[in-house]
Design a protein around this ligand. Structure first.
Ligand SMILES: Nc1ncnc2c1ncn2[C@@H]1O[C@H](COP(=O)(O)OP(=O)(O)O)[C@@H](O)[C@H]1O
Ligand SMILES: [Mg+2]
Length: 397
């Protein structure tokens, strides 16, 4: 009887059947219900066990974060044999009954007696032990290799993340530089406009005034006609000054509030560029944002409209603003010629305009996200969401 259950008893393979029968008869039989912890890692033990039936599992670091399943024990398998040599040694793993099981239990003293009678058993045990040690050693090496691999991977990921952070920082400073450059450009444009347009208009007015002075006595009818022209020019000048001053500092925000300022901006733009405007914006937006955020939103609208006039050749423009869950979403849609995002964003930074980048930066500073959808021939959609009432943004003026 060298078998147990369906298998042999490897540990006692060298014993004659009669001795195995004797041996098994001398061993204590124990029954354990499912889930019983038969030996416990880290606890001393001097018993060796042989599985009669049922299934057991060997577990390392049981109940900790590092818990690992090492293998199953089937009928015929023995465990705890180390304790037969070193009864004070601590168990190196735990064994738990996966199912209800029956076991033979051998005490240290019984084992010594067995060895005296059958030294060949010592050989079997030593060979089993060395095999186990070898497997454990290999497993440890495999685990170490796996841990090394994971470490190397984590290191690579860390490096990658670090690279991304550096890239983001570079992008950020690039965008900040863009914002500053855009401001500079805007100042240049305003100064040019002041010089060219207002300077020119004032010069014309000066000439007209001189003309009127000359004609007023000689030719009152001519003087009167000239007066009318001058008045029309003055109206135009007043309008231009207003527009310029709005551009320099959107004082309209203070005078009208954000909703009305945006309405005014969009309607004026539509009138000037002969566009059909559809404006769906709830009243009182100004109550939802700090002044800095309002300026940002207003500037984003200005840039979007400038882009439409410069690039889109659109015939209609829709502006829709909706509020939900602590956010306000802004949408500007034109039906113009559209563009390919990859093409524009693929351009060298030096060949790329700064409008879209600046808009993105403004939205980012307000804690929101800008989304651009555009397709050639299908118009452009600019949308962004801004969290309500954030009073602490830094804003380029
Ligand atoms: N509404 C639009 N319709 C068509 N093309 C647009 C629109 N807005 C932006 N674009 C395209 O995106 C490019 C980048 O825009 P932007 O960053 O504002 O720079 P710029 O206006 O100075 O060229 C433009 O050159 C244009 O090709
Ligand atoms: Mg632009």
């Amino acid at each position: 009887m060298k078998t147990m259950g369906n298998g042999r008893i490897p540990l006692f393979a060298s014993l004659p059947d009669s001795e195995i029968v004797r041996l098994l008869a001398s061993m204590k039989r124990v029954s354990v219900p499912e889930g019983t912890l038969i030996i416990q890692e880290g606890v001393p033990g001097d018993r060796f066990y042989l599985v009669i039936d049922g299934q057991l599992e060997v577990i390392k670091a049981l109940g900790t974060q590092d818990e690992r399943f090492l293998g199953n024990l089937e009928p015929g398998d023995g465990f705890g044999e180390m304790s037969l040599f070193d009864p004070d040694g601590l168990r190196v793993a735990s064994v738990r009954a996966r199912t209800a099981a029956n076991l033979y239990e051998m005490a240290h003293a019984d084992f010594h007696e067995l060895i005296h009678r059958w030294p060949s058993v010592t050989y079997e045990i030593a060979s089993t032990l060395s095999q186990r040690l070898c497997t454990a050693h290999n497993n440890t090496i495999c685990e170490l290799q796996e841990k090394n691999r994971l470490l190397a991977q984590a290191y690579r990921e860390l490096q990658h993340a670090q690279g991304q952070i550096i890239e983001k920082e570079q992008n950020l400073s690039y965008l900040m530089a863009q914002v500053l450059a855009a401001q500079e450009q805007e100042r240049e444009r305003l100064s040019r406009e002041l010089h060219d347009e207002l300077g020119q208009s004032l010069l014309v007015l000066k000439l007209q005034a001189g003309n009127i002075q000359e004609q007023i006595d000689k030719n009152p009818a001519v003087a009167e006609a000239e007066c009318r022209k001058m008045s029309a020019n003055l109206n135009q000048l007043v309008e231009n000054v207003r527009r310029l001053s709005r551009d320099i500092s959107p004082a309209v925000l203070q005078d009208l509030g954000l909703t009305s300022a945006l309405r005014h901006l969009v309607h004026e733009f539509a009138k000037r560029h002969n566009l059909q405007a559809n404006f769906k914006v709830p009243p009182g937006l100004e109550k939802l944002f700090a002044r800095e955020a309002q300026i940002n939103i207003y500037r984003i609208f200005q840039e979007s409209l400038t882009n439409i006039s410069k690039h889109a050749r659109a015939s209609s423009l829709t502006v829709a603003v909706t509020r939900k869950a602590g956010m306000v979403s802004f949408l500007l849609v034109d039906n113009g010629k559209g563009f390919q995002l990859e093409e524009v964003f693929g351009r060298e930074p030096t060949d790329r305009g700064m409008g879209l980048g600046t808009m993105e930066e403004r939205v980012r500073m307000m804690g929101g996200i800008l989304e651009i959808k555009s397709q050639k021939g299908r118009g452009t959609e600019i949308s962004f969401s801004v969290p309500i009432r954030k009073n602490d943004q830094v804003v380029p003026k």
